[in-house]
Write a protein that binds this ligand. Structure first.
Ligand code: PLP
Length: 294
């Protein structure tokens, strides 16, 4: 069976200082019951999470993931996480990881109904083998996300920039993509603006210019996309945030779905129209993403 690890955290106040937070962690058997039946994360998906890639015991991009956890907590009116405490919990989980690729998840839940709030835990597990997606690529179909491009500003309670636990819609989109003969989905707004994948950011290449949708467009601001943009700029490439109409997708010379665990998956078809796969360049992106980064 795949390797797994779990740590329950007693969340400290955001500004609480401590020499270390070891006394607030309790390692538990990941296969044994650990959550109350009244947990609002399981009843309503009311909570937030992060998935962090781990390479040979090194957790990647911990700072950006913690910043996003704090951002999601703000959007969801959850108590601000104590970042030193979470950083220490990540270090404990990473130290337990076997060599190779693993994934650490941080979960901060609204807590138990009528009980003390919030609840928090960290899990670690071996990562799935993503070689096929990284080398052979993914076929995607565009799927209507059901809101227009003005919705994020008009309806902030939709929590569109937060990484909430409510991923049923995202998982349904992937199932729909498979029903349509593809591997993954690319969400678009009702007024035809490209957003993101259900579990990834999209990066498009037009000539020698790399483009991704604006983070304010109702998408999650991906840590992998931010890191890759920094890398591409270091290489001298132009990388920019832009509004991308669906009608421009057919002009793309290449595209990738990027995320913390699967890393860069080249897109080989959008709605049945083929895209060229630059295997050597994609391999260089994944080599960069597999190098230890903070
Ligand atoms: N967008 C969505 C909806 C996601 O679920 C994810 C990752 O899970 C991403 C984008 C990519 O984010 P990251 O690169 O931080 O993993």
């Amino acid at each position: 069976m795949a390797w797994r690890f779990a740590l329950i955290i007693d969340p400290a106040d955001a500004d609480a200082a401590a020499a270390d937070f070891a006394a607030t962690f309790q390692q538990v058997d990941p296969a044994a019951p650990a959550l109350s039946i009244g947990e609002l994360s399981t009843q309503r998906g009311d909570g937030i999470f992060e998935s962090i890639g781990v390479v040979d015991g090194h957790a990647q991009e911990v700072g950006p993931h913690l910043d996003r956890l704090a951002h999601s907590a703000r959007l969801c009116d959850l108590p601000a996480p104590n970042l030193a405490q979470w950083r220490e919990a990540i270090a404990v989980a990473a130290a337990a990881c076997p060599p190779g690729e693993c994934v650490i998840k941080l979960i901060l839940s609204r807590g138990i109904e009528h009980g003390p709030t919030p609840t928090a835990w960290v899990t670690a597990a071996s990562a799935p083998d993503n070689t096929a997606a990284r080398t052979g690529g993914v076929r995607v179909v565009t799927l209507d996300r059901g809101f227009d491009s003005a919705a994020p500003a008009r309806a902030p309670w939709l929590l569109l920039g937060a990484k909430t636990l409510s991923y049923a819609v995202n998982m349904a989109a992937i199932r729909e993509a498979r029903r349509r003969g593809a591997d993954d989905a690319l969400f678009v707004t009702t007024d035809g603006i490209v957003l993101e994948g259900p579990t990834s950011s999209v990066i498009l290449r037009f000539g020698d210019r790399f483009v991704t949708p604006e983070p304010g467009a109702g998408i999650l601001h991906g840590t992998t996309q931010v890191s890759l943009f920094a890398h591409l700029r270091d290489l001298g490439s132009d990388a920019a945030y832009e509004t991308v109409p669906v009608s421009r997708l057919h002009e793309a010379d290449a595209a990738w779905l990027v995320s913390s665990v699967r890393l860069a998956a080249p897109v080989v078809a959008i709605d049945g129209a083929q895209l060229p796969l630059d295997a050597a360049f994609t391999a260089s992106l994944n080599e960069y993403l597999l190098t230890p980064r903070d």
